[in-house]
Structures are given as structure tokens and as C-alpha cells.
Design a protein around this ligand. Sequence first.
Ligand SMILES: Cc1cn([C@H]2C[C@H](O)[C@@H](COP(=O)(O)OP(=O)(O)OP(=O)(O)O)O2)c(=O)[nH]c1=O
Length: 199
Amino acid sequence: MLYLASKSPRRRELLTRLGVDFGLLDIDIPELRQPAEAPDDYVRRVAREKAGAGLLEVVANPSALVLGSDTEVVLDDEVFGKPADAGEAAGMLRRLSGRTHRVLSAVSLVSAGREVQAMSESRVTFTALDDATIAAYLATGEWQGKAGAYAIQGVAEMFVEHLEGSFSGVMGLPLHETSRLLAEFGVHVLQPSSTPDRA
Ligand SMILES: Cc1cn([C@H]2C[C@H](O)[C@@H](COP(=O)(O)OP(=O)(O)OP(=O)(O)O)O2)c(=O)[nH]c1=O
């Protein structure tokens, strides 16, 4: 049985697109970057910790397979997670304005005896954003709960001059990498075999 260890509706939607059955696990792990921890290492570690925390919840089921993922926006080695409030969101958007940033999405898949991981890296170039545009975007509320204070799947796609990489990866769950990892565990996409479960 596959479980998604995530509270993110985006991840749920993206995994559903792959046509696999899965249950949901509510996990809550602190997302704190260690001093001098490289952004890539941080994103990989958090994805692994989310999957590991999920696995602990279904430890009674030896055939459980748990997917955890983490997405961060990286500008000049600085990591932008989910903004705490509109002020922090405005600051992030001002920094992203007119520049190219990276979006890292790590995916971890763990079972009782095995763990695999993949990383998706995308490069996103934003158009210049003036204060009025940033204020109007903040008023949509779409920035809430999104790394880097924007959601590419919403109206913020108009800020994107160029995207190199994975749209689903920027949105929170890279479908190419995820399907590849699932295949390593013998889970084949677009072939649902059991009914979804809630744990
Ligand atoms: C950059 C970007 C991020 N995001 C979202 C994806 C993630 O939900 C969120 C990054 O935060 P995460 O900490 O990766 O995930 P989360 O806290 O939302 O969910 P989980 O329970 O799995 O830990 O930002 C978008 O939806 N669109 C975007 O364009």
C-alpha cells in the first residue's frame, strides 16, 4: 500500500494524476535549515524526514510504502520556504523580481527495508515585479503556504518569463521523478490496483 506523507493539496492532486491508489498520512516535521547546510542537502533531508515520519505511522503494515517530498525556492544560495506572513511574502517576491531562481523538489520513497530518492531542479526566470503588482498578487492569497511566496499553477504563472525543468516539480511533486521511483518499487502508474485508504 502506498501512502503520501503530506498535507499539501497540490501533492495530493499531482500524485492522483499518476493514477495510483494511495492513502494519506498527516505528518508535521520541523523544517529548519542547519547552519551551512547546502540547499540541495536540506531539501533532500527534509523529504527523507517527511517520508520517515510517515513510515512510523504505518509501522504495523510491513508492506507500506511512503512518499515524502519537499520543495524550496533558492536564490543565490538563500532558501525561501513558505512565508510566515504577507510582509515576508512581499520581501521574497521583491527579491525574485527580474531574476532567475532555482526550485528544488526532492522526493523520498521509503519502505521498511529500503529507501530511494530523486531530486528535481528547475530554473525559473521572473519578470520584473513592481510594488503595485506585488500588492495585487498578495491580495489573491495564492502565496500562502507556497515556497518562495508564489504558486506557478495560479496567476503567478504570468510572472514566469522562462521555465527550464519541471512544472510539476515547481508545483511540489515532480511527476517524472516520482513515477521513476515508484517503478523501482514495482508500483506502475496509471494502473490503480486497490482502493484508496486513509491511515
Ligand atoms: C514554488 C511553488 C511552491 N508550491 C508549494 C508546494 C508545497 O506545498 C509548498 C512548499 O512547502 P513544502 O514544505 O515542500 O510542503 P508543504 O508544507 O506544503 O506540504 P507537506 O505536508 O508535504 O510538507 O509550496 C506551489 O504550490 N507552487 C509553486 O509554484
